[in-house]
Design a protein around this ligand. Structure first.
Ligand code: NI
Length: 177
């Protein structure tokens, strides 16, 4: 198990556009190790997901997992561990959902973001197998947040009402529910 250092807001790597991974690269021991380390780092930090660009590796790779009773996101429905390589998101309806988002690269800040509530995501799994799935609701938010990282975007870019930005403590006191 290896925990990777997480880049924080202000570091230029978080604003890069990550490059696609080739199937050959994906199959290397080095890339498979990066995937394992990303999973370890996400779990250690109680994240709902993490992108490779957040650990200074600007490639189109992210992992998502919400286990029951995640202390940072108790309101999120569980999502099984999912490794996304070169993901592409397509909006499937005009339905939207607004939730308070946070990010391991934006310490101690939450803010409301409105996103598509119904998407299709197409990606390769860690073995290079193409996968397509429809995702709805809060889970769709998590997918969009992680895929934004691959294009150098952070959730705060999507916060339109900055008066509602909040620390974690004040989120629990004043903004939850
Ligand atoms: Ni994030």
């Amino acid at each position: 198990m290896a925990l990777l250092r997480i880049a924080e807001i202000g570091h230029p790597v978080l604003r890069e556009v990550a490059r696609a991974l080739t199937p050959e690269e994906l199959s290397t021991a080095r890339c498979q190790q990066l995937i394992d380390d990303l999973i370890d780092t996400m779990r250690d930090a109680d994240g709902a997901g993490i992108a490779a660009i957040q650990v200074y590796q600007p490639v189109r790779l992210c992992v998502i997992e919400v286990r029951p009773n995640n202390p940072r996101y108790p309101e999120k429905e569980p999502i099984p561990l999912t490794v996304l390589v070169n993901p592409v998101i397509t909006k499937l309806s005009d339905a939207q959902i607004t939730t308070y988002e946070g990010c391991l690269s934006v310490p101690n800040l939450r803010g409301p973001v409105t996103r598509s509530a119904h998407i299709r995501v197409a990606y390769l799994d860690r073995h290079g197998t193409p996968v397509e799935r429809e995702v709805r609701g809060i889970a769709a938010v998590t997918y969009q947040h992680e895929c934004d990282h691959l294009d150098g975007r952070l959730f705060i870019d999507n916060v339109t009402d900055t008066s509602r930005l909040t620390t974690w403590t004040n989120f629990q006191r004043h903004h939850r529910g």
